[in-house]
Write a protein that binds this ligand. Structure first.
Ligand code: ATP
Ligand code: MG
Length: 394
């Protein structure tokens, strides 16, 4: 008696729903959890067919369904399965059903254990949603990654195409340069020779202007020849293969000589003012490369500044370094062009009609670095430019 009271108490307080039906599906007993699960009072279910707890959407033909449900209810014996229940308010919910057959007073009754799966199902649904969202995200990412890869591929192709073009263009430029240099040499020699002859025959006329201009022609021709030689040399060996030939020489003598030579080439009223600082006058560098670099810088200063201006050419030597600077009050270099200045063939926007190939500074920069020196400049448009070469003293 005590045992049966205990059992009843257990059933009454069980968390899962428990109910029994007879062979025809009539509900004979039901515990409070099952009532709460389906939203009925106990008396509203006792004596009713189990079909009351089955969703109407599933009941195509109620009688057949009841039978089939009873059958399936019974077929769950010992196995357990997932199903759907309907609450009194019509809401559907997922449940897990375990059925056991009980022989009681010479008849079979069926006992069902019902576990509400709503929360578990919700969690599963949420997980499913996360998974499909994740899949979408992965798909999106893969797509954008693929398109980035395609863009990159395209960019790579474009770059290699322009690289090929650039190489072809550079080759063409070099070829043109070599050809032009060669072609210029013959007429230059003729000019040089004719200038010499003029000065020889002109002496008889003793007009100082003839002498002055012949000197100018000779000087220009020799500068041009030396520039052409540089081009040819650089073309043949590749400018990076030029090896400096060091010798000790008097920098002040060289500076004075260059200043005098180039004074013959200046524009009207321009003046090259040369000054040297420091007690020492001797340096050990490649004289030719230094001369060429200074000429390039002074010729630039002449070309890119107005008439009647002063070009300041300074050298200085101390124990640690030799500095060469060339300053003009000319047109200056626009800010946005300054970073490209040492690129071959680059010319600033404001170079306008001033003649030039854009190679001079490239050559000066390479010669300077060959002698372990550095080149720097400061420039302000319309105010002027100063280029500085610095060589460490061994
Ligand atoms: P070239 O090969 O005959 O020397 P270039 O003078 O044009 O031709 P670079 O000497 O390399 O070539 O100079 C490159 C560019 O830098 C020039 O075209 C010019 O725009 C600018 N530049 C160089 N020196 C000066 C300067 N002193 N003042 C203003 N602009 C300058
Ligand atoms: Mg130049």
């Amino acid at each position: 008696m005590e045992n049966s009271a205990l059992l009843k108490a257990v059933i009454q307080n069980a968390i899962d729903g428990i109910l029994t039906i007879d062979e025809y599906g009539t509900i004979e007993s039901i515990n409070p959890s099952a009532c709460a699960l389906f939203g009925y009072l106990e008396q509203q279910l006792i004596g009713k067919n189990i079909s009351i707890l089955i969703p109407s959407s599933c009941k195509k033909e109620s009688h057949m369904y009841i039978n089939s449900y009873n059958k399936s209810f019974k077929s769950s014996i010992g196995t357990g399965r997932q199903s759907i229940g309907v609450r009194k308010n019509g809401n559907l919910f997922p449940l897990h059903l375990e059925v056991s057959e009980v022989q009681f007073l010479d008849r079979s009754i069926y006992c069902g254990f019902i576990h509400d799966l709503s929360q578990q199902k919700e969690a599963e649904d949420r997980l499913q949603q996360y998974a499909s969202h994740l899949e979408e995200v992965v798909e999106d990412r893969t797509e954008s990654l693929n398109s980035t890869i395609a863009d990159l591929q395209l960019a790579k192709e474009k770059i290699s195409q322009s690289l090929v073009k650039e190489k072809q263009l550079n080759k063409l430029k070099s070829q043109f340069l070599s050809m032009a240099s060669h072609e210029f040499r013959t007429p230059l020699s003729t000019i040089q020779l004719s200038a010499s002859l003029i000065s020889k025959y002109a002496q008889e006329y003793s007009n100082p202007n003839i002498e002055k201009h012949v000197k100018k022609i000779k000087c220009a021709v020799s500068n041009l020849t030396s520039i052409l030689n540089d081009f040819l040399y650089a073309e043949k060996k590749g400018i990076n293969n030029v090896k400096p030939v060091y010798s000790s020489f008097n920098l002040v003598e060289l500076g004075t000589e260059i200043a005098e030579e180039l004074q013959l080439l200046v524009k009207q009223g321009q003046f090259i003012k040369y000054s040297h600082y420091g007690a020492s006058v001797t340096v050990s560098l490649d004289k030719n490369l230094i001369k060429n670099s200074i000429i390039n810088l002074i010729v630039n200063a002449i070309k890119y500044s107005e008439e009647c201006t002063v070009i300041e050419f300074k050298t200085s030597i101390d124990e640690s370094q030799c500095i060469i600077s060339i300053k003009d009050d000319g047109i200056g270099i626009p800010e946005q062009d300054q970073k490209h200045l040492f690129e071959p063939f680059f010319r600033a926007q404001n170079a306008g009609n001033v003649s030039g190939t854009g190679l001079g500074l490239t050559i000066v920069a390479r010669y300077t670095s060959l002698m372990n020196g550095t080149i720097s400049f400061k420039s302000t448009p319309h105010q002027g430019t100063v280029f500085t070469l610095l060589f460490p003293m061994q």
